[in-house]
Design a binder for this molecule. Sequence first.
Ligand SMILES: C[S@@+](CC[C@H](N)C(=O)[O-])C[C@H]1O[C@@H](n2cnc3c(N)ncnc32)[C@H](O)[C@@H]1O
Length: 208
Amino acid sequence: MKLSDARKDQYRKLAKENMYRSRAVYKLSQLNKSHHFLKEGMKVVDIGAAPGGWLQLASKITGPKGTVIGIDLKEIEPIPNVITIVGSIEEEKDIGKLINLIGGNADVVLSDLAPNVSGLWEMDHIKQIDLTRKALEFTKTVLKENGYALYKVFQGEDTAGFINHLKEFFLNVIITKPDASRKQSSEIYVLCKKYKKKEQLQIRITNT
Ligand SMILES: C[S@@+](CC[C@H](N)C(=O)[O-])C[C@H]1O[C@@H](n2cnc3c(N)ncnc32)[C@H](O)[C@@H]1O
């Protein structure tokens, strides 16, 4: 067995032992251990949330005073203290439902969105980054000032442009790849810290 496969199995085994629904939970857990963006009492939205590993961890960290809401095309088995909806980040009506549910400013937006992959690297990259752009548009409607966002991105020719675009909206943008993310996978995670004040964004728009 290759070392990378062994690592993949190690996280899958760990997820099973700890009753998490996906090995992806360890990516979020490792990122949060380094950057501490999820905290007790926070309001968190997770886009592309099925089967629910990230939701389980977010709910555990935010606790009973927190709010965790997830959306996915697929149905998510109920998780205590977590609200989920079946819908698409590409559909206005579903975005509307999500905004109503959030009922105010979110502290953190998470996006682990992935389309059905074709295996054609460049095509998958374009599809994935298009979805993530929708996640960013949604973020702008719900994230509070100084809030955080985490986006999965499949690397490709549009990555640099997208990351530069993110820098217009956040004070600090960090590109990272947690140990639990397979080395041979093209995915990276972009952690965006401190959503800028609406006035700062307004100045930028007026000056361009
Ligand atoms: C890698 S999985 C997420 C795993 C999740 N973070 C976990 O820990 O269980 C990516 C998800 O994105 C969802 N997805 C893809 N396109 C979507 C869309 N347009 N709207 C909402 N979810 C979408 C897929 O259905 C899939 O469940």
